[in-house]
Design a protein around this ligand. Structure first.
Ligand code: 5GP
Length: 190
């Protein structure tokens, strides 16, 4: 028997978190902001977040690929379409784990001379941080487990769950579908 995953955020928790972050961003950027989403994990978060912001939002996308997982050595495989120089920019992340990827992305974006550059992250796995990172707009902290759902995947699975759950990387590596029976078809609305 596979130990069940833990529900870290229900649909209601996610909605409240995204509403709060949307209000914080609306207040911080009354004349508008560019949201940059790192594909594909932050897609669902971005889609909900931008609708909670009451000032004008422009969105753009980046896609990266790791040279070696866990090293923070990444390269951009799809670059921004927008020129962000002189713009107020917020990098929207699904999860900050070691912080190495974020560190790379921030230095890359800073070279393009935005007027300002901040981070909005849905989840923060702070216990695993290697590179200290300031997250100006932070959803919620998650424990040191493998996080799936609401955009976050394992081998392409679980992204469409309207909840965030934590499980064992070992279990998922043995069977990527191990948590399907636990997480699909359940209701966490609250
Ligand atoms: P970093 O360790 O550089 O902060 O995280 C790099 C990337 O690894 C994150 O942007 C995310 O795509 C992925 N990642 C890290 N931890 C998790 C996790 O618990 N679940 C999932 N699905 N992806 C993760």
């Amino acid at each position: 028997m596979v130990p069940p995953p833990t529900i870290l955020a229900s649909r209601g928790d996610l909605r409240r978190t995204v509403q709060r972050l949307g209000a914080e961003l609306s207040q911080a950027y009354p004349s508008g902001v560019v949201l940059i989403s790192v594909l594909k994990g932050s897609l669902l978060f971005l889609a909900d977040l931008c609708r909670e912001i009451t000032s004008p939002v422009t969105v753009d996308f980046l896609s990266i690929s790791s040279y070696a997982p866990g090293t923070g050595r990444v390269r951009i495989v799809k670059d921004l379409d927008l020129d962000i120089s002189g713009r107020d920019v917020v990098l929207v992340e699904d999860i900050v784990d070691t912080g190495l990827t974020l560190g790379f992305l921030l230095s890359e974006l800073r070279r393009r001379e935005p007027a300002s550059l901040e981070v909005c992250a849905l989840t923060d796995k702070a216990a695993r941080r290697i590179l200290p990172t300031h997250i100006s707009f932070r959803g919620f902290e998650v424990p040191d487990v493998f996080v799936i759902g609401y955009g976050l995947d394992f081998a392409g699975r679980y992204r469409n769950l309207d909840l965030v759950a934590g499980g064992s990387l070992e279990v998922l590596t043995t069977n990527p579908d191990a948590y399907v029976p636990h997480l699909y078809g359940i209701t966490t609305r609250d």
